[in-house]
Design a binder for this molecule. Structure first.
Ligand SMILES: Cc1ncc(COP(=O)(O)O)c(C=O)c1O
Length: 413
């Protein structure tokens, strides 16, 4: 295979040759062999506004006619200012400030650095099952051994992992542990609590109501900051622009990415001025920047994405379609002997499978691919079928895809 001769063998899984994508529009993807797929993955959740949304494409094309690369922190592209203003308007603080990045990991790195500067403390609380990215700073807060093991000696110490609660009782215990770890008696003080409002790659795990707000209160009472990693849940995915909004939780820092650029690489670490001003003013040499910061095409994609959200009220559409999809799956699958649980908020849904076979969701995802439906397996043991379709998906396509999923799970019994 051509790819295996030119790409590191760690990257693409080639035992079963994957579809090589050539085209995509809306919820549909085509591959090099001419097959057409319905994309229920939203391409890692990125295509929340669908693939190649026309409003996004128009903004990118117009920007490409004028300026493709600027000098992010030195001679900033004008479109960076426009995008930052639009993004600030979506954040829960009146004086939001941001550091832009290109990947989710970039945003998490910036948030962890910000918390270190703002609190002067190096300890971090993270959660079992967490996924915050694979760059070294972010990786130190990503839980799964698969990613960490080869690099343990490169990861910062003083990260405490607590269970991610699924019930109120568990939440109460975890919150008490948080308060204990924040105690002044701890030899290394904790400055950051980083949490996914819904754990995505761990299998769409939704904490009990009130947990995030209480976590923020405990963190602040102990002098630490709550970082909401909304890379996956943010930008509308769960039926609110930020998943924290569902329970009125206001974190101290928010990371957004994935869908934010409308398909272009774009992420941001955002916070109120009181927190973000822990960074010193630039004296001409920013202490945290990168070559492509505020990339003009990404910022144009981001502006197009935010405009597309508004034009079709996609956040509310995600809420409505998601509520319908979750209850449909629940009705169809709750009593299925292979199904452990159905979970969902907005268009972030998970069907957890019981498995005497290993990684049952991997098998289901493979079977669905053959039937023209793209889904991704999630969960530590590949036990959850994760569904994050575009919010622009036609209701008939959503019904068709969910019907195929239900049939496939039933026939796998
Ligand atoms: C919650 C969360 N944080 C961070 C990341 C890392 O983002 P990226 O892969 O763009 O670096 C991801 C990626 O899946 C994620 O789901």
């Amino acid at each position: 295979m051509r790819l295996s001769r030119v790409e590191s063998r760690n990257v693409t899984f080639l035992d079963r040759p994957p579809p090589f994508w050539t085209d995509a529009a809306g919820s549909e993807v085509r591959d090099a062999a001419g097959s057409v797929y319905l994309d229920f993955s939203g391409a890692f959740g990125v295509a929340f506004a669908g693939h190649r949304h026309p409003v996004v494409m128009k903004r990118i094309a117009a920007q490409a006619e004028r300026l493709v690369h600027g000098m992010g922190d030195i001679h900033p592209p004008a479109v960076k200012v426009e995008f930052l203003e639009a993004l600030a308007g979506r954040m829960p603080w009146p004086d939001s400030r941001a550091i832009l990045g290109l990947s989710g990991s970039d945003a998490v790195e910036a948030a962890l650095k910000t918390a270190r500067l703002a609190t002067g403390r190096i300890g971090i609380i993270a959660f079992e099952g967490s996924y915050h990215g694979l760059t070294l700073g972010a990786l130190a807060t990503t839980h799964r051994a698969h990613f960490r093991r080869p690099f343990t000696d490169r990861l910062v110490d003083h990260v405490h992992y607590l269970p991610f609660p699924s019930s109120r009782d568990e939440a109460a215990t975890v919150l008490d542990r948080v308060s204990d770890l924040l105690s002044p008696r701890e030899p290394v003080r904790v400055g950051a609590v980083i949490v996914e409002p819904i754990q995505g790659r761990a299998g769409v795990r939704i904490p009990p109501g009130g947990f995030l707000a209480a976590l923020g209160e405990r963190a602040r009472a102990g002098g630490a900051l709550l970082i909401a990693d909304e890379i996956f849940t943010g930008a509308g995915r769960t039926g609110a622009f930020l998943a924290c909004e569902h329970e009125g939780a206001v974190p101290d820092l928010v990371c957004v990415g994935k869908a934010l650029g409308g398909g272009m690489p774009l992420s941001a670490c955002c916070g109120p001025a009181a927190v973000m001003d822990a960074w010193p003013p630039s004296t001409g040499e920013a202490v945290h920047t990168s070559t492509f910061l505020g990339h003009p095409l990404s910022c144009a994609g981001g502006l197009g994405f935010l405009a597309a959200l508004e034009a079709a009220d996609l956040v509310d559409r995600a809420r409505r379609l998601g509520a319908w999809a979750t209850s449909y799956l629940f009705q169809q699958l709750a009593d299925d002997p292979l199904v452990e649980a159905v979970r969902g908020r907005g268009l972030m849904l998970g069907v957890e499978l019981k498995g005497d076979r290993p990684a049952p969701a991997v098998t289901v995802a493979d079977q669905l691919l053959e039937r023209g439906l793209i889904v991704l397996p999630a969960g530590a043991d590949g036990e959850v079928v994760e569904l994050t379709p575009p919010a622009t998906i036609a209701r008939s396509d959503l019904e068709r895809g969910l019907g195929t999923l239900v049939e496939t799970i039933r026939s796998a019994r």
